[in-house]
Design a protein around this ligand. Sequence first.
Ligand code: UDP
Ligand code: MG
Length: 166
Amino acid sequence: MIMELSIDYSDIVKVYRMEQTYVMVKPDGVQRGLIGEIISRIERRGLKIISLRMNVIEEATAKEHYSEHETKPFFSSLVKFIISGPSVSMVVAGKDVIKIMRTISGATNPVDATPGTIRGDFSLDIGRNVIHASDSSDAAAREIAIHFKDTEIWKYSKVDEVCIYE
Ligand code: UDP
Ligand code: MG
């Protein structure tokens, strides 16, 4: 017997109006072989990766990315570390994705990060906390524009969206 699922596929259209955020597996995450683990956590939550790249970020780009921390004592070491090796940049889309990616990532300082979060499971030092995720919608828009061209972002629908979203 063939069972038909009674799902209205026109609901997929809603997904186009969902939020986007910028996520980076920092150079320490890449060195420690955590790219797959982090991507896996993002995917299994139901979030959608709509752009993905590995590169060594240019110094000027790193400075722009972290410009809010320009005057902080850790700024130069942070920039130096971010450009020290390849990192993986992503644009992730989904309902409430900005807040959810911050929650999945965990507190900035690993000592405060709850087990079960990426930082709480994989890091110990604040300057080696393996992941970046935008902290607000303004930051997300700004950071996506710093790291990606519009033409590199893929606004596709995924077949499981009818099961993830009501
Ligand atoms: N950072 C650091 N020392 C500090 C505070 C921050 O090395 O005292 C680094 C840390 O890796 C953090 C990044 O700077 O992830 C950006 O800081 P922010 O407060 O924006 O934290 P995040 O948004 O990454 O949680
Ligand atoms: Mg931040």
